[in-house]
Design a protein around this ligand. Structure first.
Ligand SMILES: NC(=O)c1ccc[n+]([C@@H]2O[C@H](COP(=O)([O-])OP(=O)(O)OC[C@H]3O[C@@H](n4cnc5c(N)ncnc54)[C@H](OP(=O)(O)O)[C@@H]3O)[C@@H](O)[C@H]2O)c1
Length: 242
């Protein structure tokens, strides 16, 4: 149907951690659908490079340097979104970090805090600041991981953050249901991105999915008619890798 093809045209989408990896791939697919974009990350040079590439797809792109752990930077991000676009239709909480593969006995508090603050508290801070701009018909996608349900040794902080993220996502979904805002939990399995450099540098990348595959599935879910939603997207590599 023609309406389906244009469902996302001129929507405003904000993707955190969109300078590379899965976030950048989602931004790319949304731009192809005609969405205007707000993309964030901490490293300005990588973010601006991504913004330049995305702008070639003839959509408006606003890159904003923002550390999702910092409440003040998050407030400034949404002030910038409000000023430029006046609204938000799609929020993708994607920014995330991994940690070195270590048993609980050896993980430092610094590493623990970095992972929890980025992957869990960051999602809360960004969502809370986004809510005043999201209206009926809007969507939130929280990029969690299969680690939100499955457990791998040596990944305690990541697993705790992602399990917590799933709990947060479920509570948020119920709160926003009456307002007609869809909340999607994204649970990808192993995807070939730079995040593996921290977890397991020698991981078998060829057995993983591409970031583009994950992005394609997310965008298909966002294109569903407004009377339906996919509450959880668990996407696994056909090879069986993680
Ligand atoms: N790759 C996988 O196998 C896999 C599987 C399941 C789920 N995931 C999840 O997918 C998400 C994206 O990861 P990825 O695999 O695409 O990794 P990636 O290539 O390392 O990308 C991570 C992105 O997050 C940004 N970021 C990190 N910390 C941030 C912070 N404090 N504030 C703002 N931005 C921050 C990074 O930019 P800067 O460093 O410039 O800030 C980068 O743009 C993560 O939540 C991850 O847990 C990944």
């Amino acid at each position: 149907m023609a309406e389906d093809r244009h469902r996302l045209r001129e929507k405003v989408a904000l993707i955190t951690g969109a300078s590379q990896g899965i976030g950048l791939a989602i931004a790319h697919f949304l731009a192809q659908e005609g969405c205007d974009l707000v993309i964030t990350g901490r490293k300005e040079s990588t973010l601006n490079k991504a913004a330049k590439e995305l702008a070639k797809l003839r959509v408006r792109v606003l890159p904003v340097v923002c550390d999702v752990r910092d409440e003040r930077q998050v407030a400034e991000l949404f002030a910038a979104v409000k000023k430029r676009f006046g609204r938000l239709d799609i929020l993708v909480n994607n920014a995330g970090v991994a940690h070195s593969n270590l048993p609980v006995a050896r993980i430092s508090l610094t590493e623990w805090n970095e992972v929890l603050e980025t992957n869990l508290t960051g999602t809360f801070l960004v969502t809370r600041a986004a809510l005043p701009l999201l209206k009926r018909g809007g969507s939130i996608v929280n990029n969690l991981s299969v680690s939100a349900k499955r457990t791998f040794p040596g990944m305690s902080a990541y697993t705790a953050a992602k399990h917590g993220g799933l709990g947060f996502t479920k509570a948020l979904r119920e709160e926003l249901r009456p307002q007609g805002i869809r909340v999607i939990a994204l649970l990808p399995g192993a995807t070939d991105t730079a995040i593996w450099d921290a977890f397991w540098a020698g991981a078998p990348r060829k057995r993983m999915m591409s970031a583009e595959t994950v992005a394609q599935i997310v965008v298909n879910a966002l294109k569903l008619p407004q009377d339906s939603t996919v509450e959880e997207l668990l996407i696994a590599p056909t090879t069986g890798a993680l």
